[in-house]
Design a protein around this ligand. Structure first.
Ligand SMILES: *Cc1c(COP(=O)(O)O)cnc(C)c1O
Length: 369
């Protein structure tokens, strides 16, 4: 569907290219050179709609899916093929076991208490229950700390009742290839694996995949790169753009030198200026910290953000855009073409992840492919 076909009442249109998501999955799989590739679809597939995006990834070949919350996993189970393996990164606590069993979900066991809880359930059922064990190699966030790992390694009986399908860890600095913590975590992960002989292993998320073969083990776990954000900051983005965000011009006005624009009169015109107002604001995830920074595109020309970003509106400088193109009803591109999510993030002083996961609920969403 092109912009012209979109319902005419939409003020802002978010287009999500599912063919590009599938192409990105293929690029990452190629990078992994034969190693299996999971899909991380937490936070509603990074804001893009897990109910649509996850099945597209399954069609592209993904068999492993990771979410953060149990509720996300329950919702995902309803839209994925029965054979899909769905893992819950946030782990398990007492009272959740039945829900994991009912929906055939894998808990990521993050400490010894969780290991014992799930193993006890397995012994009670007389079955070995599928699970993932996460070890902490330097993130100090989730996962068995070294002392708990040692306790587990010393007493393999603790895993009776478990079918450990994967041992995993997470890198803290994979987007900085030269950071010394990368190789330190790699060393710790290799050592940790000795507690789980024969069990497949996973260390790399999006950026980790680009650190090379040593980091690949048996399963890659990309999220953000699937959705077009650059996993190699500082280098050319190897991924295809997925998201396009366009906002309808509501009104165009001419102001004189000295006139101000928006709250706080934060911009004062230094020349006769043509101002276009578009219906996107910080309530839609276009962060206020990007006030007075960066430019949308109107008819392919930069239209700099003027003044402060308000809740529902942004004002653009369209002085250098021909009148015929900068008209009410025409669309300004906030993300897309030459304007990447990473560029918007830089303007807002944040990372592409935050822009993506914050994309607003008020956008008219259109899926392609
Ligand atoms: C979010 C997350 C991922 C995916 O990370 P990306 O950087 O988006 O690829 C992988 N593994 C874990 C444990 C995560 O929390």
């Amino acid at each position: 569907m092109s912009t012209a076909d979109a319902p005419s009442r939409a003020g802002a249109i978010l287009t999500i290219d599912l063919a590009a998501v599938a192409a990105n999955y293929a690029i990452l799989r190629e990078r992994l050179g034969g190693v299996e590739c999971a899909a991380v679809v937490k936070a509603d597939a990074y804001g893009l709609g897990a109910a649509v995006v996850a099945p597209a990834l399954a069609r592209a070949g993904a068999r492993w899916f990771f979410v953060a919350h149990l509720d996300e996993a329950v919702a995902l189970r309803a839209v994925l093929p029965a054979a899909a393996r769905i893992a819950v990164l946030n782990g398990l606590w007492p009272g959740l076991e039945a829900t994991f069993r009912e929906h055939d979900l894998l808990p990521v066991l993050n400490d010894l208490a969780q290991v014992e809880l799930w193993a006890a359930r397995g012994r009670a059922e007389g079955a070995a229950l599928p699970a993932i064990v996460q070890v902490d190699t330097g993130m100090s966030r989730l996962g068995l700390p070294p002392t708990e790992l040692a306790a587990l390694a010393a007493d393999p009986g603790r895993t009776a009742g478990l079918d450990v399908r994967l041992v995993m860890s997470h890198l803290a600095c994979a987007d900085e290839p030269a950071h010394p913590l990368n190789s330190r975590q790699l060393g710790r992960f290799r050592a940790a694996r000795r507690a789980f002989p024969e069990v497949p292993a996973s260390l790399a998320a999006s950026s980790g995949i680009f650190l090379g073969r040593d980091y690949h083990f048996d399963l890659g776990r990309p999220g953000v790169a699937l959705y077009g954000v650059n996993p190699t900051p500082g280098d050319v983005n190897p991924m295809r753009p997925v998201v396009r965000l366009e906002a309808r011009i509501l009104q165009v006005r001419r102001i004189d030198p000295g006139d101000s624009v928006g709250y706080g009169a934060a911009h004062r015109a230094g020349r006769p200026t043509k101002v276009a107002t578009v219906p996107i604001g910080y309530a839609d995830g276009y962060l206020r910290s990007a006030s007075l920074r960066g430019a949308f595109l109107v008819a392919g020309r930069p239209a700099p953000v003027l003044g402060r970003i308000s809740m529902d509106l942004i004002t653009l400088d369209v002085t250098d855009v021909p009148d015929a193109a900068a008209q009410p009803g025409a669309f300004a591109v906030a993300i897309g073409d030459a304007r990447t999510i990473d560029a918007v993030a830089a303007d807002a002083g944040t990372i592409g992840y935050e822009i993506l996961t914050g994309l607003g609920a008020r956008y008219r969403r259109v899926y392609h492919g």
